[in-house]
Design a binder for this molecule. Structure first.
Ligand SMILES: Cc1cc2nc3c(=O)[nH]c(=O)nc-3n(C[C@H](O)[C@H](O)[C@H](O)COP(=O)(O)OP(=O)(O)OC[C@H]3O[C@@H](n4cnc5c(N)ncnc54)[C@H](O)[C@@H]3O)c2cc1C
Length: 335
């Protein structure tokens, strides 16, 4: 293996590979092909072998596995140590992390240790073909500007990327992959901080916005927090997640983890239902890749209709109750 490789750091949640990791394999593969590089997954943890075929099927050419009790739970010291030693040995050109808590934490820490830079929370990325320099895009000033950053002089290039910039794409069912198992020990006295308990928020215990196949989002056009409950009711019926505009978050109708958009979350569902949402650019940038978009708005000139596949013009608070009743008649709840 030479240093012409793009690495993707793989994360798991309750025995399942996170969607962001699979999306990054697809994006990384796209970038790697431009420069004839390989896409290599790096997986650190405990009891990982059952996931190898999934990683292969979602497009990795190779996989570096580091297994050990000390990696059963994420720790900055343990994972940074293992990754640092791997990077010193294999010298990848680029390392992609999901912009998760662990991904952001590792990207920044590793960059400091390697005297390189890290682009955190990127909303897109591209590669300059002759040089292999990654151009990372980041939303700055609360999302009002997009900044492009790159580090042409230093390698590896490190960045964390938000969910939704690429689709996860299975390339086959029995894909072959080369696997390198590395034995790296991190003495327990070198792990200074440990996760003792993970508390899930109410939203995390339901369907996660970033992973949902259906997102029902509401804007100020819902009129009141009481009316906004209809968004949750419809989302629930469709086994979807609740999204919101920033205006609704600012009004205090719903917590900020539901915000979709440039300064919120990027979503990529099969179906996005926008209810009473004007379609400001900052909102649209977080949901425009949804496969099918239905917009309900009383203003026929609302910009959301420019990107909607289906436009429903009318009062959302009259339309939603009817829609909810109709769905209830035919709804078979998922067990
Ligand atoms: C730096 C910056 C970052 C931002 N980041 C984000 C972000 O991440 N996400 C985000 O969403 N916004 C973001 N915004 C805010 C964004 O610019 C808009 O202000 C916001 O998205 C508007 O929210 P809205 O559509 O709910 O409200 P409005 O723009 O007020 O639209 C309400 C819509 O509801 C319709 N309506 C009203 N009553 C009814 C009814 N009874 N039935 C049907 N339709 C009705 C109206 O016709 C209107 O189109 C950001 C802004 C800035 C400056």
């Amino acid at each position: 293996m030479n240093n012409e490789n793009i690495w993707v750091f793989i994360e798991k949640n309750k025995n399942q590979i996170k969607n962001i990791s699979l999306e990054l394999l697809n994006k990384g593969r796209e970038l790697a092909r431009i420069r004839s590089e390989k896409i290599v997954a790096v997986f650190i943890g405990n009891d990982l072998k059952s996931s190898v075929q999934t990683i292969a099927n979602f497009g990795a050419d190779g996989l570096i596995l580091v297994e050990g009790e000390e990696y059963a739970a994420y720790s900055n010291d343990g994972f940074t140590n293992a990754l640092y030693l791997l990077i010193e040995k294999y010298k990848p050109s680029t390392i992609l992390f999901g912009a998760t808590n662990a991904g952001n934490d590792l990207a920044a820490g590793l960059a400091a240790r390697l005297h390189t830079s890290a682009a955190i929370n990127c909303t897109d990325l591209a590669i300059d073909s002759p040089s292999g320099t990654i151009e990372w895009q980041r939303a700055i000033h609360g999302g009002s500007l997009i900044q492009t950053v790159s580090s042409p002089e230093t390698r590896p290039q490190i960045g964390s990327v938000r969910s939704g910039i690429s689709k996860k794409e299975k390339i086959g069912d029995n894909q072959r992959i080369y696997v390198i198992e590395e034995k790296i020990k991190t003495p327990s006295d070198k792990i200074r901080t440990r996760i003792k308990e993970v508390l899930s928020s109410a939203q995390e215990s339901g369907i996660k916005l970033e992973d949902a196949k259906v997102v029902v989002s509401g804007g100020l056009g819902m009129g009141s927090p009481e009316n906004f409950q209809r968004i949750a009711e419809l989302a629930d019926l469709l086994d979807g997640a609740v999204g919101a505009t920033r205006a609704v978050i600012d009004a205090g109708w719903i917590p900020s983890q539901h915000q979709v958009g440039q300064s919120g979350k990027t979503v990529n569902p099969d179906l996005y239902i926008a209810c009473g949402i004007s379609g400001a650019i900052q909102h649209v940038s977080g949901m425009k890749t949804s496969k099918v978009i239905i917009a309900i708005n009383k203003d026929p000139e609302a910009p959301i209709f420019d990107i909607a596949d289906y436009a429903v013009i009318g009062d959302v608070n009259k339309i939603l109750p009817v829609l909810i009743e109709e769905i209830k008649k035919t709804h078979i709840p998922v067990e």
